[in-house]
Design a binder for this molecule. Sequence first.
Ligand SMILES: [Zn+2]
Length: 110
Amino acid sequence: MPRDHKMKCPECGSTLKKVEVNVAGAENKVLSYQCDKCDYFEFEQISSQRVISELRETPLKIKQKIVKLSQDRLGIYLNNNLVRSLNLKKGEEIYVSVPDKKHIILELED
Ligand SMILES: [Zn+2]
C-alpha cells in the first residue's frame, strides 16, 4: 500500500487517521492508523520495529523485591550489577521521583 496516500479502514472503508503513540521508555513514537468509525487500529510496521529495537537496547531491567527495613519503612536492594555499572556508593544521595502510579525514577546527582 502506498504510504503517502490516505489509508482506508479494511473493516468499514473510512479514512484512517494517523496517530503517533508514545511508548514508555522509548524516545521514538510508534505510528498507528486508527479508525474513528469502528475502532479499527493497526500499528505501522517500520515505526513499531524501531521502537522495539530501541527498547531492546535498554541496558538493564531487573526484578527486585521490596523488603522491610524497619518499622514502616520499605526498601529495595540494589543488586551488584547495578552498583558496579553506576558506581554507587554508600551514603550517596539520589533523587526519587514518581511520574505516575507505575514508575519510580531514581536519579543520581552529577
Ligand atoms: Zn473502520
